[in-house]
Write a protein that binds this ligand. Structure first.
Ligand SMILES: Cc1cc2nc3c(=O)[nH]c(=O)nc-3n(C[C@H](O)[C@H](O)[C@H](O)COP(=O)(O)O)c2cc1C
Length: 442
């Protein structure tokens, strides 16, 4: 389902707020998206731009499940399956009618025609936030990832490239200049695959195609392939020029610092005849879900190597990035502690992890707290790891420019303790005494 097909599906079931008053991309639209709690919205008339703006299509797990046509409870397993078995996408021919994303070709580029939002008065400039960048690593091939882009002028953006990730390493290997295609208005499958970090050399577009058919088309001015059903494609190259990028609100809802980042030059814009522009609220629910959801299957796979993992959740209170819950089916006394260590291997930015049994509803924060209150003893079930590699997004971590950030990590094993204080094993009946007694349904 393409971006617009999904928006139509949501519209047909009354799930899209339609706003026909003229709205301003400078501060007003971001404020409205926030006010609507990021529920899907379509702004039809934009001051200074002919492109309508849509936002919020991935702001709830239910919406993402609908976009992939899988039950919500199956999301984790659908992502794990696509990560395990990517399927190379089909190319659409360039002979017949143009691919949807190339219906209109603009070689006289003026990025001011796009409704690029300024989200907060303190931002470094207007930012493209739902742009998915495709590049080719000279050794590993295609890489796809989200990169925020701060508009500088008619043809240039500053691009935020997190050090050590696919796009950044590809640029380094290429010697500082690299062709790039930025796709805006993508399917849910492309959005999720773009946020994944599979093993080096694994093509994220093949993962997207395993989630939902994602035909590709060759770009017109660079030797890259892009999803044929994208709304807008910006073709260009990253240059050697470095500029200040930021400040900008990041995932943890705190302001990210200003850094020297490369400039992208756009040489050609292609788009659908009636293209829609996708916006994504930085630090919002959609940003968090798109970051966190693709990490749940990688944690699940690692934990399953050491014990029986049932489910994984990166919780929104931890920015869907720093805090995780791992649910296990316990078969031996030390499974909880093993799960903690495996979870940190499965998502290296994870800072705090809670392990619970399968009788706890991991989507209910009160049940999680109850498990800690009734099953956890800090001097027995707490694991603390000092001076670990950390997410760059945690303001409380230790950050040294040019080095990997460092943090302390903590794991809480709130599963039913199988050992008594004496060290002897509890019987099945003794363990059952830790379970919640539920009233019968009337
Ligand atoms: C909404 C959103 C915005 C993101 N913005 C950036 C960004 O500006 N720069 C960046 O390097 N990564 C950003 N990311 C993270 C990358 O997309 C993510 O780390 C990706 O998995 C990297 O893939 P790679 O390791 O294959 O390069 C963002 C992710 C999401 C979901």
């Amino acid at each position: 389902m393409s971006f617009r097909e999904f928006l139509e599906t949501l519209s047909s079931t009354g799930q899209v707020t339609s706003i026909s008053e003229k709205v301003d991309p400078h501060l007003e639209i971001a404020g409205l998206i926030d006010q609507l709690e990021e529920q899907p919205v379509l702004f039809h008339r934009i001051r200074g731009s002919g492109y309508p703006v849509a936002a919020g299509i991935c702001s709830r797990r239910e919406l993402i499940a609908l976009g992939l046509d899988v039950p919500k409870e199956q999301l984790l397993f659908a992502l794990a399956e696509a990560l395990r078995n990517p399927v190379p996408p089909q190319m659409v021919g360039t002979g017949g009618s143009p691919a949807p994303c190339q219906e209109v070709v603009e070689k006289q580029v003026d990025l001011h025609t796009l409704p690029v939002l300024t989200h907060l008065p303190s931002d470094g400039g207007p930012y493209v936030t739902a742009g998915v960048a495709i590049v080719k690593d000279p050794e590993l091939g295609r890489n796809m990832a989200f990169h925020r882009l701060m508009r500088l002028d008619e043809r240039h953006f500053a691009v935020r490239l997190v050090e050590g990730r696919g796009t950044h390493t590809a640029l380094q290997k290429a010697g500082g200049e690299l062709e790039i295609a930025i796709c805006i208005g993508n399917s849910v499958a492309v959005l999720l695959a773009a946020a994944m970090s599979p093993a080096p050399g694994v093509d994220e577009l093949s993962i997207a195609n395993a989630l939902a058919p994602t035909p590709l088309v060759k770009c017109l001015t660079v030797s890259l392939e892009v999803p044929a059903e994208a709304e807008i494609v910006l073709e260009g190259r990253t240059t050697r020029q470095m500029v200040d990028e930021g400040p900008f609100l990041d995932l943890t809802e705190t302001m990210d610092i200003v850094r020297r980042q490369p400039v992208v030059e756009v040489n050609c814009v292609t788009h659908r005849r009636d293209a829609l522009y996708q916006a994504l609220l930085p630090g919002g629910l959609e940003h968090k879900l798109l970051m966190g959801l693709p990490r749940e299957p990688t944690i699940y796979e690692e934990v399953n190597k050491v014990c029986d993992c049932v489910n994984v959740l990166l919780t929104p209170g931890g920015a869907s990035w720093l805090h995780g819950v791992v649910q296990i089916r316990k078969h031996s006394p030390d499974d909880g502690q093993c799960a903690i260590e495996a979870a940190f291997r499965g998502h290296t930015s994870l800072k705090h992890v809670l392990v619970v049994d399968e009788d706890v509803n991991i989507y209910d924060p009160a049940e999680l707290e109850w498990a800690i209150a009734t099953r956890f003893q800090a001097d027995r079930d707490l694991a603390v790891f000092s001076d670990q590699p950390s997410s760059s997004l945690d303001p409380s971590a230790r950050h040294v420019p040019g080095e990997k950030s460092r943090t302390a990590k903590m794991g809480l094993d709130a599963t039913i303790p199988w050992r008594k204080p004496s060290g002897a094993l509890r019987t099945e009946q003794e363990r059952a005494a830790f379970r919640k007694v539920r009233y019968q349904a009337a």
